[in-house]
Design a protein around this ligand. Sequence first.
Ligand code: C2E
Ligand code: MG
Ligand code: MG
Ligand code: MG
Length: 291
Amino acid sequence: AAKDAGKNQVQMYRPELAVERDRRTRLVADLRRALVNEEFAVYYQPVVELSTGRVRAVEALVRWIPPGQLPVAPGEFIPVAEECGLISPLGTWVLRRALRDIRDWYERYGISVTVNVSGRQLREPGIVDLILGELAGQGLPGKSLVVEITETVLVAETASEEAVVRALLERLRQHGVAVAVDDFGTGYSSLAYLRTLPVDVLKIDRVFVQEAAGGSDSAALLRAIVEMAKSLRLRTVAEAVETPAQATRLRQLHCPLAQGYHFSRPIPAEELSALLASDGGRIEVEPTVAA
Ligand code: C2E
Ligand code: MG
Ligand code: MG
Ligand code: MG
């Protein structure tokens, strides 16, 4: 603050900072109200098996829908919720809703749900018991749930903090819950390091996927990631597949799973139910070539 900066220093007047601060304050208040009034919804994006087009899993993605307004993307409010301590109650709400929704899809189609868990929520005391309790409450086995964390949650840690995260992920896995690492390739962890961690699923970041069809270095990297992940017995999911060419390329590389706008955007639960009910939950991987 200007006061702390010392008497002899010149402070720049920066109105944009005040505006930004006000916006934040309002956003925090709005988020608190939104939690109380349950203004959130969970959308689901299919994760498709590339060899068959079958929907094998769905990723739960939270949306904030203030009354009478358009849905707000999580990029806008998740970072704020993390800072102001609202991420844990919000995360618990998403988990509960996602498990409630997956029950029918799990029983009918064997589909699991992937839920994003922020680093802060993962460090909340009792998080494993909370997750296992929610599963039990729905009568669901651990394997119906995948906990998705980002690379940085695992890596940017002191050794003792890392040991804590490792232990709780291991406990989840003992109960059949799978662990997915998101945005792989953007952080600093190597696959060799990843192999030592309690992880089952590798989600390849969009930067590698979106250049998949080109002949660039990224395409070579993509191939290396898919092959190494396979040799480490990690399931790989390619994120943000947007074009038929990308889907084709990923299939050629034997990447097992993919999600992205090319297959489906994240959709409300009712729409997903309809999608799964039609054609046995199959989505066209590559457009059929017109004869
Ligand atoms: P994420 O975990 O990497 O989720 C994938 C994001 O990519 C989603 O954005 C999804 O809508 C978007 N996406 C899917 N297919 C495509 C595609 O083909 N092209 C492009 N460009 N994007 C695609 P969304 O829903 O806006 O979520 C953004 C991020 O917010 C998520 O990234 C995740 O980190 C976070 N998030 C979402 N829901 C939750 C939640 O319930 N809890 C927590 N802690 N974080 C969440
Ligand atoms: Mg994620
Ligand atoms: Mg994701
Ligand atoms: Mg991602």
